[in-house]
Design a protein around this ligand. Sequence first.
Ligand SMILES: [Zn+2]
Length: 103
Amino acid sequence: MRKRSWPNRKNRKCPTCRKMLTYSRKDAFDRAVGNNSVCKSCAHMDRKFTLETLEKMKKPKTQEHRQKISLAHYKNSYNIFMQKSNQNYDFDEYVRLKKLGRL
Ligand SMILES: [Zn+2]
């Protein structure tokens, strides 16, 4: 019986970057297939990406959130203003003047 073609089976592609990975041992190969593990550089990138993303996303998200809240606030006061006032500002103009303290 012919030997199983193990030499051709110890390569697998990294599921993330599609780089061909070579395994010197069958058990390491089998474990990597079982875990669907990525290559070393992808594993490293993943961790780095996660940390950087967390740091970068923290502030802009908060700012965006605040901006939405303040816009909702302006929208309410704009509606009230427009009901009471005979001035005809559009919303952007109203927010601009409000921020400048002109209203
Ligand atoms: Zn990879």
